[in-house]
Design a protein around this ligand. Structure first.
Ligand code: XMP
Length: 315
């Protein structure tokens, strides 16, 4: 059985032996990177620099919240705004694997720049078991290249440290609880961010649409759970499908995009079952999205696919 306290003790002692200098950690504010940061911070203190990159594909107000989290953790940090660079790099790119690889490589190039400037030799990542299992390697098929695995360029100069490599999400959450981190129950958010929740090209305008829709889905599902209407799903979000359909707004013809609502239950992200959301909650989400994104979105669908055969994210 997994024992969080023992894991923490052993990991801190291993990290002290493994890291012989300054280290950089990619901080997204999710459970994995927060747990990782807390552990490495305990092991090497100010020798660690947490770096958060605002890629432009973060959720509503997320980067500001992440900044506050780094303050609260008392970690040495750098905050980098790179949205223009990311939007430029993804211009015209539709293929999901290409999107993932471009985003992953961009992260590393930014980290390398910081590392050169600050004379850092180690890169710490919060990679967990499902990330590398599903990214292929060895005998396994590549389901999708998780950005913190598949996007690593071959010529990367930094030495990689991955303290959570053997853990599954439920175990990471146990470590988070043992460390007293509030983030322990936060729903997962993928490294490539909203870019993989937009089918096709992830333009700034499409990102704005999916960001608003994601915010509404999160708020309404959390409100429903607080009112006891449903059990909070493991993960819940919106996906933009850039397929236009005909609708009607007031007495006018509409011709807009489609938003899919995705909500799933899972234990370790290796499999999932779609959540049953009460129709009154779906109704509110549908009305709020189409009212907020008038003329842009006029159709809302609910995804009833399990994993397998689907995956949690659409790309
Ligand atoms: P999939 O879509 O592969 O997702 O069924 C399983 C879990 O992993 C998250 N996910 C990612 N997490 N980097 C991450 O850190 C990624 O590139 C990535 N892609 C998917 C997804 O949100 C779900 O929780």
């Amino acid at each position: 059985m997994f024992h969080a306290e023992k894991f923490i003790e052993k990991t801190i002692s291993n990290l002290q032996k493994e890291i012989k200098g300054k280290a950089l950690i990619a901080f997204s504010g999710g459970v994995d990177s927060t747990v990782c940061t807390a552990l490495v911070n305990k092991a090497i203190g100010k020798q660690l620099i947490a770096v958060h990159v605002d890629t432009g594909y973060m959720r509503k107000n997320e980067s500001e919240q992440v900044k506050q989290m780094m303050e609260d953790l008392g970690v040495n940090y750098r905050y980098i705004t790179a949205s223009r660079e990311y939007f430029q790099a993804l211009k015209g790119v539709e293929d999901p694997e290409k999107k993932r690889k471009i985003i992953g490589e961009k992260f590393i190039r930014i980290f390398e720049k910081v590392a050169r400037k600050e004379k850092i030799d180690y890169l710490v990542q919060g990679t967990i078991a499902p990330d590398w299992i599903e990214s292929g390697g060895g005998l396994r098929d590549t389901i999708k290249s998780h950005h913190n695995v598949g996007g690593l360029p071959k010529d990367m100069k930094l030495t990689l440290v991955e303290p959570l490599r053997d853990l599954y999400k439920d175990e990471v959450r146990k470590v988070a609880r043992a460390l007293g981190l509030q983030v322990s129950e936060r729903q997962p958010f993928p490294g490539p961010g909203l870019a993989i929740r937009i089918i096709g090209e992830a333009t700034p305008e499409r990102t704005r649409l999916v960001r608003e829709a994601c915010d509404i889905v999160e708020k309404e599902i959390e409100r429903g759970a607080e009112q006891g209407l449903l059990e909070l799903p493991w993960q819940y979000f919106a996906v933009l499908i850039p397929i236009k359909t005909v609708g009607v707004h007031g007495d006018k013809r509409a011709y807009g995009n489609t938003i899919a609502i995705r909500a799933v239950q899972s234990v370790d992200a290796m499999t999932c079952h779609y959540s049953t959301i009460p129709h009154e909650v779906l109704d509110t989400i549908s009305t709020k999205i189409t009212n907020t994104l008038k003329e842009k979105v006029n159709r809302i669908v609910y995804d009833v696919t399990n994993k397998p055969p689907g995956t949690v994210e659409w790309e």
